[in-house]
Design a protein around this ligand. Structure first.
Ligand code: SF4
Ligand code: SF4
Length: 416
């Protein structure tokens, strides 16, 4: 991958350590998280039921979820500035389940304030501004009423990542590095490329929007490469706490155009990888099919599910959650000869499919396509030979006109 060479002006900001570092310790081999004091044997993920987005109910659920982990005072200290990083993917109505619900963000910022710290909300949508997304989903009004600042994570700056497994440098938003700590507030959604987007993936929003295509280009058709980058980025930014909105999740054609699915759950953990493992398991996803979890397994940092202390609700497994088609069938490996791997990958891997009856030819997909393989003629055309299956087009299409379609060989032999 081509590396860029910007400098971080304040090295002290590259790695942050806050209070109670035991909960955020590096989970890589040899430096696994120190278990919670209350549960010396296991690290924790809390799961709390919350049936709807009533403001008080959401606040109660988030407070309880964080309380089981030791309370917000364990993660933030008086006087600190804390970045709250929700999922503000695109300017869509709140009911579409595209963004973290504003009431979840409100609950977190209230808890942070009650702990004596100063929350600031920020994100970098793939298209447009965080302000525009916040206006559309109703978050802007809450921030105004509570006197909370909203920032755009937009200025790229290079951060060294010496402990990264693969990626030793990242261009991240300068704005995201200027805080005492980060609280990650993802939305649980399906994701055509990453299968599911949860805690680890949400930190990709700290890469400025205009830099995101570079990562897609670098990854090409290799979803595992992209997942490995997400893991390294997560550990570079190392949010102190992740609180996930799964009250209404998204299933199907996520992350931008799927269907809302009521799950009625709030997850919280100081370790997003653990939280993602628990959430994926509840939905019935095999860790092997979720690229982030699969790469974590290959790197030897995947949490042992039996060693995760799940606190709170004994949530019932979800039996019929609708996942997107698998991006890459499991048997494809780099051990195959390159030309065989390439042919198989193309014929098996899911690809974007445009519903021309819905498409308005707004051209947004053409603008965001990292390798510029889309073209607007009398209809939108895709050069599938050069398409890298990043699904940025599907993610950003405002009309849900792009879905994923399984490769022809996979359709022919469904069991593959
Ligand atoms: S973004 Fe969607 S609606 Fe717009 S041109 Fe592309 S496919 Fe059509
Ligand atoms: S056509 Fe879509 S999936 Fe293919 S490279 Fe472009 S944005 Fe990515």
């Amino acid at each position: 991958m081509k590396e860029t060479t910007l400098l971080v002006d304040d090295p002290a900001q590259r790695r942050r350590k806050g209070p109670d570092y035991d909960l955020r310790a590096d989970p890589r081999p040899g430096n696994r998280p120190t278990p919670m004091k209350e549960n010396p044997e296991k690290a924790a993920v809390s799961v709390i039921r919350c049936p709807d987005y009533g403001t008080d109910r959401v606040y109660g659920a988030v407070k309880e979820a964080v309380g089981l982990l030791g309370g917000m005072g364990r993660f933030v200290k008086k006087g600190e500035r804390i970045l709250l990083k929700p999922n503000l993917l695109a300017a869509k109505p709140v009911d579409s389940a595209v963004t973290t619900h504003p009431h979840v963000v409100k609950a977190v910022l209230r808890l942070v304030k009650e702990a004596g710290a100063a929350p600031v909300v920020g994100d970098s949508p793939g298209l447009g501004s965080a302000r525009k997304v916040a206006d559309k989903c109703g978050l802007a009004g809450i921030l105004k009423d509570t006197g909370t600042e909203l920032i755009e994570l937009k200025e790229p700056v290079e951060a060294e990542n010496p402990e990264g497994h693969t990626f030793k440098r990242f261009e991240v938003a300068r704005e995201a590095l200027g805080f005492d700590g980060i609280i990650n507030i993802p939305k649980l959604k399906t994701h055509v490329q990453m299968f599911l987007t949860m805690g680890v993936k949400n930190m990709f929003g700290c890469v400025p929007g205009k830099k995101k295509p570079q990562w897609h280009l670098a990854a090409g058709t290799d979803a595992l490469f992209f997942a490995g980058m997400l893991l390294d980025l997560y550990y570079l930014l190392r949010p102190r706490l992740t609180i996930m909105d799964a009250i209404t999740a998204m299933e199907g054609n996520g992350p931008g155009s799927g269907d809302p699915r009521d799950l009625g759950l709030v997850f919280a953990s100081p370790d997003a990888l653990m939280m993602d493992t628990v959430a994926a398991g509840l939905l019935g996803a095999r860790a092997y099919d979720v690229p982030v979890l699969r790469v974590a397994m290959e790197r030897g940092i995947a949490p042992d599910e039996s060693a995760i202390n799940t606190l709170g609700e004994k949530a019932q497994p979800v039996r019929d959650f609708r996942f997107p088609p698998l991006m890459s069938p499991n048997f494809i490996t780099s051990r195959l000869p390159y030309f065989v791997d390439k042919i198989l990958r193309k014929s098996l891997t899911a690809r974007p499919n445009i519903n021309h009856g819905i498409c308005t030819r707004c051209n947004i997909c053409v603008e965001v396509c990292p390798p510029s393989v889309m073209e607007r003629k009398d209809r939108i055309l895709i050069d599938y030979d050069k398409c890298i299956r990043c699904f940025c087009c599907q993610e950003m299409c405002p009309h849900g006109a792009i879905t994923s379609k399984e490769g022809w060989l996979k359709r022919l032999i469904p069991g593959l």
